[in-house]
Design a protein around this ligand. Structure first.
Ligand code: ACO
Length: 338
């Protein structure tokens, strides 16, 4: 009997060309290459220039994913765009992505699950495919962080961590008869704990204050910039990401040793080292891009998949485990037969 499953038939990423090194950051904040590399593994990141928006990066990655699948945008049934740095407060950025792809009519949906956004979007898209409601779905993660970061010493703990970029996959419905060999998404596991919402967040613009969604007091406090309890994030990430991978392996009757490649969210190299250590996964099976792109939030996983393919480290038939953790707190995993 065949089961209807999703498989990745297209993959693409886009990083803006402007490189910002750790040294460059010292021009407007008190920090150092040594501090950043030692604690995070980040050496440089990409920042957009001019009017480039989140949907602009998304459309580039999407077009590459469509090209690699040999499809036109008109072949798509749905679009999901995961981002925490939308073009505008509303409408969602997926609307702008759809327009830039020259499409109208199909659903275009934003997913607001921060660093776990891509896994959430993948999971939702997978449900549409498993139920036979859609055949081809574009799933994108895209972020322009650089315009929302506090570029001064007050914001240095957060600002040094983030970069801009986008990654995209095309999912297609496929009938799977041999799950050990055929390319497909085996499972996704999603989790949220809102008790920690304020541990990593952007307080404004906001409907949760007394009057306007933005006022001078918010701007004076810097509420429009991300605020983070770095230690809390670290402690929870190194616990929750391995748990999510273990849940995926258990459900599919695999062991850590069966995984050929781990493509984790890229928040901090030290987090990923600790996650791999807890799982008992060898370093050479963990694919990281954080040193050159920093944390591109919802885009890190599709960018990682694309770069792993380009580096010859991800090939057809491999078992790929992915996990993410981020603001919310949200976390989750995806297990794929590539
Ligand atoms: N440059 C120089 N000094 C800095 C910087 C900086 N960019 N940022 C903070 N400092 C200073 C602090 O002010 C502090 O100084 P003090 O001792 O005089 O008060 C000192 O460095 C140590 O600060 P800590 O916050 O204690 O540093 P810590 O060792 O905890 O590392 C870090 C901070 C790297 C943020 C760490 O907590 C971490 O990696 N947490 C995970 C957060 C994360 O990855 N977030 C990404 C987004 S969430 C996600 O994607 C999962």
């Amino acid at each position: 009997m065949t089961n209807l499953r999703s498989r990745v038939i297209g993959l693409g990423s886009h990083l803006p060309p402007r490189i910002v090194t750790n040294e460059d950051l010292t021009e407007f904040m008190d920090t150092s290459d040594e501090w950043i590399v030692q604690r995070t593994g980040i050496r440089e990141r990409r920042w957009v220039e001019g009017v480039t928006s989140t949907s602009d990066l998304a459309v580039e990655a999407s077009q590459r994913a469509l090209d690699s699948a040999g499809l036109a945008a008109q072949d798509l049934d749905m679009i999901f765009l995961a981002t925490l740095s939308p073009d505008h407060f509303f409408p969602g950025s997926a609307v702008f992505l759809q327009r830039k792809l020259g499409l109208a009519g199909i659903p275009a949906i934003d997913v607001r699950q921060q660093c776990t956004g891509f896994i959430y979007a993948l999971s939702i898209a997978d449900q549409y495919i498993r139920t036979g409601s859609a055949e081809k779905i574009l799933v994108v993660g895209s972020e322009v962080h650089s315009k929302g970061l506090e570029k001064s010493t007050r914001g240095r703990d957060v600002t040094v961590l983030f970069g801009d970029g986008a990654g995209a996959v095309i999912l297609e419905a496929t009938g799977v008869t041999d799950p050990d060999r055929e390319s497909h998404l085996l499972s996704t596991h999603l989790y949220t704990d809102g008790a920690f919402a304020e541990e990593l967040w952007v307080p404004a613009v906001s409907t949760a204050y007394d009057e306007d969604i933005v006022d001078q007091r918010m701007l004076d406090r810097g509420d429009q910039y991300p605020k983070m309890n770095g230690r809390q994030v670290f402690v929870h990430a190194v616990k929750r990401m391995p748990e999510a991978v273990e849940a995926a392996l258990e459900q599919n009757n695999y062991q850590v040793n069966d995984v050929d490649l781990f493509v984790f969210h890229q928040a901090n190299l030290r987090i990923n080292e600790a996650v791999a250590h807890r799982l008992g996964a060898p370093e050479e099976k963990v694919f990281n891009t954080i040193h050159k792109y920093a944390n591109t939030t919802a885009a890190t996983i599709p960018i990682g998949l694309d770069e792993a393919v380009q580096a010859g480290m991800l090939e057809a038939g491999m078992l790929v485990a992915s996990a993410a953790f981020g603001s919310g707190f949200t976390w989750g995993s995806a297990l794929l037969r590539w």
